[in-house]
Design a binder for this molecule. Structure first.
Ligand code: FE2
Ligand code: FE2
Length: 354
């Protein structure tokens, strides 16, 4: 079995590239580490935001199709993408900054394993900010996560007076700048929707080597299972690796792609050799996998999970400085060699970014 180290990137769909840049770079303080085009559709931007020059596990990327109609979440789709912050102080500062910027938030909410704040990006994508701690070992031993069915404390459930009072907390002063103590630290977890958590459990363990670390329920709808997987060894859950799924009733509607939805989720392979071996293993277990695709900054293979969600395994290298000075990442339109001849036409067809 091959074990992914965790997330490489998550790719979402947006419908207004300048607005996406203003939100993720200027409001959330992420670096625009690459401005390029969708290699499968060069008339559309592919924008990469991340930390430290685009470190895997911190990357949020966008296929931007101007005026793209909105999709909606459902079975086979991602419900929300959570980014990490240090602690509650950071969370409350974010709430103040977002609210002052006209972006409504929900929370903070004490999820037990972490505290969370929810909001939407300008296309409607559900985002969460989640604190680093206290972590998954609050209700099970750290070296035996996922062994028992865990239930949240009754006062964690959203209708409890304690939860309602806590949700009113906010930082008392305006937060015009993203200060270091509130900086986003990368992908904290990604939560998707399945019609069958038991089947998903087998798939994510065998296809990606993720380990089940929590069998719980949806705190916003206790009738629904909520399971968590991660890269987990020796009692330690690796950062940027928590994959969670809500088990929706099978008769629920299927996800519909579009603006405000996640297009696919990419997990990490160390290198091309490991990726090739992974591809063979997936094929031999009956999973349909794409050929290896050259994405300039990494190599990719694609396949679907059993609910139809598009997954990718991407190599760590060569990374984003392969075609740009590391100090100038994302400042100009980067194109792969085969599109350079058409640069003038491509630049003309793209809207200017702030
Ligand atoms: Fe979440
Ligand atoms: Fe991707």
């Amino acid at each position: 079995m091959r074990n992914t180290i965790g997330f490489h990137h998550v790719t979402m769909v947006s419908g207004d590239a300048p607005r996406t840049v203003r939100f993720y770079r200027d409001m959330l303080g992420l670096g625009l580490v690459k401005r390029t085009v969708n290699f499968d559709d060069p008339s559309a931007y592919h924008l990469y935001f991340g930390l430290e020059g685009g470190r895997p596990g911190t990357l949020l990327t966008f296929f931007d199709w101007t005026g793209m109609p909105k999709g909606h979440p459902g079975i086979g789709g991602v419900h929300h993408v959570a980014m990490g912050v240090a602690d509650e102080t950071a969370l409350l500062k974010w709430k103040r900054r977002l609210n002052d910027g006209g972006i409504p938030t929900s929370g903070p909410i004490d999820r037990g394993y972490f505290k969370s704040l929810y909001f939407n990006d300008p296309d409607g994508q559900i985002l969460e900010l989640a604190t680093a701690g206290p972590g998954y070992a609050i209700d099970e031993p750290a070296d035996a996560l996922g062994q028992t069915e865990t239930r949240p404390e009754p006062n964690q459930l959203q209708r409890s007076p304690k939860a309602r009072a806590y949700a009113l907390s906010i930082h008392p002063e305006p937060v015009p700048e993203v200060t270091q103590d509130m900086a986003i630290t990368g992908i904290h977890h990604i939560s998707a929707i399945t019609s069958d958590v038991a089947r998903a459990n087998e798939f994510y363990q065998s296809a990606l080597g993720l380990r089940l670390i929590k069998k719980s329920i949806n705190q916003d709808d206790p009738s629904m299972p909520h399971h968590f997987w991660a890269r987990y060894a020796n009692g330690k859950v690796e950062p940027h690796s928590s994959w969670t799924m809500f088990g929706f009733p099978p008769e629920w509607h299927h996800a519909e792609g579009g603006a405000g939805q996640t297009h696919h989720v990419a997990f990490r392979a160390k290198n091309a050799e490991e990726q090739l071996a992974w591809r063979e293993a997936l094929l031999s277990s009956g999973v349909q996998v794409s050929p290896v695709m050259e994405r300039t900054y990494f190599k990719s293979i694609y396949f679907h999970d059993l609910d139809g969600l598009l997954l990718e395994i991407a190599t760590d290298g060569p990374g984003f400085s392969v075609d740009e000075d590391p100090a100038l990442l994302g400042e100009r339109l980067a194109l792969p060699a085969w599109l350079e001849a058409g640069r003038a036409g491509i630049e003309k067809s793209l809207v200017a970014l702030p």
